[in-house]
Design a protein around this ligand. Sequence first.
Ligand code: CO8
Length: 257
Amino acid sequence: MEFIKVTKDHAPYIALIELNRPKELNALNLQLMGELRDALKELDNDDNVRVIILTGNERAFAAGADIKQMAGKGTIDMWKVDQFSTWDQINKTRKPIIAAVSGFALGGGCELAMTCDMIVASETAQFGQPEIKIGVMPGAGGTQRLTKALGKAKAMELVLTGKFIDAEEALRYKLVNKIVPVELYLEEATKLASEIAAMSPIAVQMAKESVKRSFEVHLEEGLHFERKNFYMLFASEDQKEGMNAFVEKRKPDFKGR
Ligand code: CO8
């Protein structure tokens, strides 16, 4: 892997993926996105990993898709490359992904952070969809996910002017889970990941799937989906372990079975 760094044992059951094109502010070129897709697929199939943290560096989570790589491309070039299948694959990751964001999260970088399940931001984080300033528009979910998070008026403002919001504003608009000082953002993301990693990984993945479903279907169908996942969990050893541990007044030891 040239443009990402993967640490499988960042903490117990927690893998860390670091975007690693610092000179280009982690601009998301095709190779980086392919590496990210492959890493996520592998971690999703690794029983020793329960939660994934995705981060950049203090200056940039990612400043967007690689403009230099896209500048000379035409419609058919873009279509042939089909980058969106990579993004779709990332979105299908079953394990929870926490984005630990410091500095710029712009364009595709903001979209990548929003594709994750939660965002822990440093106080220096800046979010935005500046594609309009280079003659295009968001293409990897920005118009949809930003609007669902911020509401129509604010999303429209960001998408049509390209202006950024800082971490405080992102928190106020519920785009991020929390803000911490810059030296703590990865530590805080790891704490959140550890809390989740202590739960049954099967229940966690089914719960994630159910919450995500609420963005796609109407209430009745979403409730039906949730109910099926709830019933399914009664086939797991973790359900017996969790409930017995409660009755026996001890800490559960979830095995992911
Ligand atoms: N692509 C390529 N290179 C970049 C990018 C980028 N998105 N962002 C920064 N860089 C490079 C700069 O060119 C520069 O390189 P060099 O030193 O060789 O000139 C280096 O990173 C450092 O950047 P700056 O000197 O510009 O640093 P500043 O601190 O002055 O500015 C900014 C930082 C404000 C982040 C500025 O770099 C900037 O505006 N970057 C572009 C932000 C942007 O427009 N992002 C959206 C890109 S389009 C997109 O994301 C569409 C996604 C659609 C889905 C993708 C799937 C198809």
